[in-house]
Design a protein around this ligand. Structure first.
Ligand code: FAD
Ligand code: NAP
Length: 537
């Protein structure tokens, strides 16, 4: 339970972001408390327990860097850690730094209202708690609100239905069952091979195929761990200054359009053999030059055709209508090979759209598919979803959801004009989901905490993004996105997966390192672009 109703900082969420915030704020001698809708810490890795869930960045890179002892003591077992291990890691962090005593679980923050006279935020929860805090940090996650399935007839379905983002804690046994999986994003691509190993029959309903690369997962190579630890400080610094927040992609300056066909093929083959996001570092022009991007797409398509035996099925699995990498690349274990199994069927919803869910299964315009269970792997209301579900009111009682009616507008993805002392972690306008998120989270947490400390040292009570700085930042985020191919995909980066959501490219595509330097420069100039006011009284 919250010990004090008068906090220095209220934190919403207890995933990677909320846990580090609590630890850091406590270390500054501040009174901080977190509220978490789940029953324990972990965030993404608490909720997403579907079979096959695992990280897409190498384990040692997708971990906190802030504590040497933590890094010395923790050992990952696999190259790409699976969800149970990631959850154990976050539980270990909570234990190690004794964080749970400052977290109220099973409690959802319903509203956060700024009281201008008192210069404080008042938070209310769905359990009736009210707390007041000088600062409020929304560590609510970019992918924490699953899209609710909304298919005609779904209430008629007699069997169980699951969303990958809200998987039952006790697990699901599909033995002997016929299972429908709707969706073919990362969650589906990870879970389908596992479900197919257990179920009698799996039918996959695909609207848009994704580009996926093999993880080549396995027990973590002791040599990799040794090399990582031998240069850990340097590796961590390289991550922080890199484009994507990870270094295993080993990016080159080579341009795909300038090398010979042979060099290009060899480069891609070598990176394919390394697995995972190594391919992202192959050429510097693949995300900005359509011709270079087409090379990556052609190479990946050829691999899909190699991996899938039936050419007609392979053909359906090849993405055609958006550039390679403009939706987060999926990292799979035997995804395409799973279509070679006799118990797996692919239904292309572009050819035969989903008509309705019936009492006994899924009906397309062409056929009925009787199933015992349905898995909805249909994604999230990303980046703004969790914030939109809290009634956040800033100056003059203005609601954040009204302020963002035409799409999110922030300064640096950290603050919003009109909402003083309210911070967002990995909010829209920051690199966020385009990166190794742990690196982006650490940078935000440190920037926010340093800012709060800096204000305290100067007897300043309020910080707020100026509208001019916010407008300029939004323009910059758009300009940078326009230099890339990202906007050519109907992705959740643009809000395209949620009917009625404004189409705005939300993350900052300028890179983690560039962004960090911008944020640090702004802080060094006395928080340029922010309006500062003395503490009340
Ligand atoms: P979260 O982990 O989402 O935690 C936010 C918490 O806030 C949640 O527990 C939620 O319950 C809580 N919350 C939200 N609203 C409220 C409220 N109103 N009141 C109380 N509590 C609230 N990123 C990568 O970089 N690499 C990966 O491989 C990767 N894999 C992923 C796999 C899946 C299946 C998903 C969904 C995301 C993945 N991500 C990955 C992104 C992942 O979300 C981040 O890496 C990271 O875990 C986010 O941490 P967070 O603390 O910011 O948010
Ligand atoms: P997603 O990428 O948004 O995929 C959702 C899938 O459901 C898409 O194939 C989508 O098709 C389909 N879909 C949605 N609504 C549908 C409908 N009404 N009818 C038919 N199909 C529908 O969601 P996700 O797979 O959960 O992944 C989200 C993000 O989480 C990822 O991009 C990644 O950042 C993160 N993640 C990472 C990992 C990892 O590897 N570590 C694993 C899971 C998730 P359309 O494309 O046609 O809309």
């Amino acid at each position: 339970m919250v010990q004090s109703a008068e906090l220095d900082v209220a934190v919403v969420g207890a995933g990677f972001s909320g846990l580090y915030l609590l630890h850091r704020l406590r270390g500054m001698g501040l009174v901080a408390h977190a509220f978490e809708a789940g029953s324990d810490v972990g965030g993404t890795w608490y909720w997403n327990r579907y079979p096959g869930a695992r990280v897409d960045i190498e384990s040692q890179e997708y971990s906190y860097s802030f504590d040497e002892g933590l890094q010395d003591d923790w050992r990952w077992s696999e190259r790409y850690a699976a969800q149970p291990e990631l959850l154990r890691y976050l539980g270990h962090v909570a234990d190690r730094f004794d964080l749970r005593r400052d977290i109220t679980f099973d409690t959802r923050v319903a509203s956060a209202v700024f009281d201008e006279a008192a210069a404080r935020w008042t938070l209310t929860t769905d359990r009736g708690d009210t707390v007041s805090a000088r600062f409020c940090v929304m560590a609510t996650g970019c992918l924490s609100v699953p899209n609710a399935p909304d298919f005609p007839g779904q209430a008629d379905f007699a069997g169980p239905a699951y969303h990958t983002g809200r998987w039952p804690h006790e697990g699901v046994d599909f033995t002997g069952q016929r299972v429908a999986v709707i969706g073919t994003g990362s969650s589906a691509i990870q879970s389908i091979p596992q479900i197919a190993k257990q179920a009698e029959q799996v039918t996959i309903f695909q609207r848009t195929p994704n580009f996926s690369v093999p993880a080549h997962n396995g027990p973590i190579d002791p040599g990799v761990v040794e090399a990582w630890n031998a240069n850990r400080a340097e590796n961590r610094q390289k991550q922080r200054l890199s484009a994507g927040g990870f270094i295993s992609s080993d990016p080159t300056e080579l341009l795909s359009v300038e090398v010979s066909d042979e060099v290009r093929r060899d480069t891609y083959e070598q990176r394919w053999a390394r697995g995972g996001f190594a391919i992202l570092g192959a050429f510097a022009d693949q995300m900005v030059d359509p011709a270079a991007n087409a090379h990556a797409a052609e190479f990946t398509a050829a691999k899909i055709r190699e991996r899938v035996k039936d050419p007609a099925v392979a053909d359906k699995l090849v993405p055609r209508d958006y550039p390679w990498g403009t939706k987060r690349l999926c990292v799979d274990i035997d995804y395409y090979e799973t279509y070679n199994r006799p118990n797996v069927t692919l239904v292309d919803l572009r050819e035969t759209p989903l008509d309705r869910i019936t009492g006994t299964g899924v009906r397309t315009t062409a056929a009925d598919y009787p199933v015992d269970a349905i898995v909805f792997a249909i994604g999230f209301d990303a980046m703004t979803g969790a914030l939109a579900r809290i009634d956040i009111r800033g100056r003059g009682g203005v609601a954040l959801k009204d302020e963002w009616a035409a799409g999110p507008r922030t300064y640096l993805g950290l603050m919003v004009a009109g909402f003083p002392n309210l911070f967002t972690v990995t909010g829209p306008g920051s690199p966020s989901v385009l990166s190794n998120m742990v690196v982006s989270i650490e940078q935000h947490v440190e920037w926010i905490c340093d800012c709060i400390g800096w204000l305290g040292d100067r007897q300043l009570g309020l910080i707020e993004a100026s509208r001019a700085a916010q407008d300029a930042w939004v323009e910059h985020v758009n300009e940078v996105a326009d230099m890339t191919l990202y906007k050519q995909a109907n992705s959740w980066y643009l809000g395209a997966n949620v009917p009625g959501k404004p189409r705005v490219f939300m993350p900052y595509a300028g890179g983690v390192g560039v962004y960090r330097e911008l944020c640090d420069g702004i802080a060094a100039k006395g928080y340029e672009g922010f309006v500062l006011e003395p503490a009340a009284g």
